[in-house]
Structure formats: C-alpha cells, structure tokens
Design a protein around this ligand. Structure first.
Ligand SMILES: [Zn+2]
Ligand SMILES: [Zn+2]
Length: 235
C-alpha cells in the first residue's frame, strides 16, 4: 500500500517552534492531511513525546518518537525511535551533552513542555538549539545501536547540514536521507532521500511529505519501505 509519511516536525518545545504548535495539534493537522506515519523531532530534547504518543493514538496515526540532534559540527541529524521509552532515554542522554547555556526567551523563544491538552507543564531552561558534545559519526553509531532510524536532516540546506558543514556525506549506514528539494547534487550512495515538512508552525505541517510503498504500517514495514525507495514526493 502507498503510505504518506512525514518524518521531521517540531513542536512548541523547540525554541524556534510556534508556541501554539502543540504535539496534539501537530497530530490532528497531520491526520487531516492524510499523513499516516508522523514523527515529532524537537531539537535535542524528547520531553514533548509523551503527549505526542497520546495524540497519535487518538488520531490513529503511527507516531515515530524523534529527536533532531545537533552534532558538535552543527549538523542536524534525525534520530527516530519506535518506542517512546527508548526515545526518552536517548533524549536524556543528548540533553546531558548540551552546554549549560540558559535560554534567552527574547532571542530564541519559549521551550514549552505540554500535555495532551496543550497545558504548559514545564519551561525548559537550558537552551536546546546549541550543539551537543557528540560528533556526527558518534550520533549515527549511538542511535543505530539503540535501534533508531538515523536520517541526516535537510542535507541540501545551506547551514546545519552534513553537506554544508562537513562538505560531503560520509559513507555510513544511514536509514535514509532528508532533503528539501530533490534531486540532490551530491554522492548519496543510492540511499532513499525523503522530503519532510520540518514544520515549525501549524501552517507548515504537510508542506513537504512523501509516499512509500509499505507492506504494513509498522516500524519494520517502514524500515523495509525505506530500503525499497521513494515512490513520490511533495516538495
Ligand atoms: Zn534542522
Ligand atoms: Zn528541524
């Protein structure tokens, strides 16, 4: 079956994300757009994933529990987990590696942890969009060893991307790659290249997505589909 997937989105926990982009509204908007597999991947933090889990269950869509990690080279990498518990553990590990810089709300915006209803449970004090102390290669290895999907983010972007910051794509066992526009003019080792919304506001949900041919809507089904390649995309 042809399945619409969108594996890169933010919530109000990311300082650059709108305060009204709660995990629940993200899931509802995705459901209305026919997205059947949806990831929430806030910057270097997993704390809005429990609300996202509840929302995806209510919307009957498959949620992937993600963290967009900033490596020491300032490259963004999507790490997407099947299980909430595994993502929460990895999120704690990444947060621990962040420098103790306080978020300046006026400069960067709020970092809100919310529940399913969108009520604020916590404001994260440590700035979440700095670089963690882990290298690109280490993130790939560590996340793969924890059974996550590992997808270098927006590889064709002028900043915070593997091609811009490292100058090339190292030949590592990525699950897939993400780009803003296809095709990408670089050596990509025949990996599947996805498009995804990278939404930071409700209006951006679904602005980019793609279709995969899957035998079933499950983590294993998605993994197999990523190996087979993209069927079509919206960019
Ligand atoms: Zn990014
Ligand atoms: Zn992002």
């Amino acid at each position: 079956m042809l399945v619409k997937v969108d594996l890169h989105n933010h919530s109000c926990l990311s300082p650059c994300g709108d305060d009204d982009l709660t995990p629940a509204l993200l899931a509802v908007e995705a459901m209305e757009q026919g997205i059947e597999i949806l990831a929430l991947s806030d910057h270097n933090c997993a704390r809005n994933l429990p609300a996202f889990d509840q929302a995806c269950q209510l919307c009957s869509i498959m949620g992937l529990f993600g963290i967009e990690v900033t490596t020491v080279e300032e490259v963004h990498v999507l790490t997407l987990f099947e299980k909430l518990k595994d993502a929460m553990e990895f999120g704690k590990f990444i947060e621990f590696l962040l420098p103790p810089i306080k978020n300046d709300i006026r400069l960067f915006g709020n970092q809100l942890v919310v529940n399913l209803e969108g009520e604020v449970l916590e404001r994260v004090e440590r700035l979440l969009i700095t670089t963690s102390g882990i290298s690109f290669g280490e993130v790939v290895e560590e996340a793969l060893s924890r059974d996550a999907l590992v997808i270098p983010a927006h590889i064709d972007r002028y900043a915070n991307s593997v091609l811009a910051n490292l100058g090339f794509l190292p030949d590592l066992p990525y699950s897939a790659l993400e780009a803003i526009r296809l095709p990408v003019q670089a050596e990509t080792y025949h990996k599947t290249i996805l498009t995804a919304s990278d939404a930071h506001s409700l209006a951006q949900v679904g602005r980019r997505s793609c279709f995969l041919e899957l035998e079933e809507i499950s983590f294993e089904g998605l993994k197999a589909g990523l190996c087979r390649g993209l069927v079509s995309y919206k960019s």
